[in-house]
Every structure is written in structure tokens, then in C-alpha cells.
Design a protein around this ligand. Structure first.
Ligand code: HEC
Length: 129
């Protein structure tokens, strides 16, 4: 009986670990609210592959390297940033784009509200799981 209890406790810990690994900070984001918030970005970014606007397409953004869309003219700052887009790096970037990548050419001041960023990221994660 004792071993079963220990096994259950260990399983609980393992599951907790998994949630943390999955990015607990964004797990609370509300994708529906994020879709509304994305309208701010949609002025410049499309989610469809291959459609660049003022900004590059954000299709499949997670796992992509910054500045990798061949037919978009990025700033040198974005190209040499060495960033790979993950929920964490995207969170830091939209919080204050000029702080994370000085001299980038994205005309967006930043989104200070962490809950709004989490919603936005939840929406993008839903679009590109
Ligand atoms: C007014 C236009 C504009 C708005 C609004 C805007 N962006 Fe951008 N975005 C750009 C431009 C232009 C670039 C390219 C910047 C560069 O090359 O320095 C860019 C780059 C990016 C990149 C890097 C893409 C890549 O391929 O490496 C991401 C990610 C991004 N934007 C996300 C967002 C999100 C999320 C929002 C909304 C919170 C947003 N942007 C709002 C114009 C915009």
C-alpha cells in the first residue's frame, strides 16, 4: 500500500514538472481574448503562410528563427538577434520590442499588461500548436 502511495506522489510531481515545462505562465492565457488583442498586430501581420504585409507573416511562428522569411526585408537588428521564437521570447519581445532587439524596425511600442500578452500568446499557440 505504501509503495502505491509513493508511486502516486511521484506521478503527481512528474505531472507538475510537465506543466512547468509547457510554460505555466501562458497556460492561463485566454485564446479568445487573445484573438481580439491580435487585431493590434493584424494591422501589420498575417497568420497565413507567405503573406507579408508591413510586417512578416507570423505563420508557424513558434520554433522559427527571427528574420528567417526569405522575401521579407528585415532590419539587420532582427536578423542578427539570434532569437528563436518561443512563448517566452515572444513574450519578452512584445513587452518592449526596442528593449529586447534595439534598432529593430517594428513600429510597436509594446504591450505592458502581462495578462494581455498571455492571452495573445495563447491565441498564437492555438493557431500553431
Ligand atoms: C505597425 C506595424 C506592426 C505592428 C502593429 C506589429 N508588428 Fe511585428 N513586426 C513589424 C515589422 C516591420 C517587423 C520586422 C522588424 C524588423 O525587421 O526589424 C516585425 C517583426 C515581428 C516579429 C519577428 C518576425 C520574424 O520573422 O522574425 C514578430 C514575432 C512580431 N513582429 C510579432 C508581433 C506581434 C505579436 C504584434 C502585436 C502585439 C506585432 N508584431 C505588431 C511590424 C509590426
Amino acid at each position: 500500500m505504501m509503495t502505491v502511495k509513493i508511486a502516486i506522489a511521484a506521478l503527481g510531481l512528474a505531472l507538475q514538472g510537465l506543466t512547468l515545462f509547457g510554460g505555466a505562465a501562458f497556460a492561463d492565457g485566454d485564446a479568445a481574448k487573445g484573438e481580439a488583442k491580435f487585431q493590434e498586430c493584424a494591422a501589420c501581420h498575417k497568420l497565413e503562410a507567405g503573406i507579408n504585409n508591413v510586417g512578416p507573416s507570423l505563420h508557424g511562428v513558434f520554433g522559427r528563427k527571427a528574420g528567417e522569411i526569405a522575401d521579407f526585408r528585415y532590419s539587420p537588428a532582427i536578423k542578427r538577434s539570434g532569437i528563436t521564437w518561443t512563448p517566452d521570447t515572444l513574450d519578452a519581445f512584445i513587452k518592449e520590442p526596442q528593449a529586447m532587439v534595439p534598432a529593430n524596425r517594428m513600429p510597436y511600442a509594446g504591450l505592458a499588461d502581462p495578462a494581455a500578452r498571455a492571452d495573445l500568446i495563447a491565441y498564437l499557440q492555438k493557431a500553431f500548436p
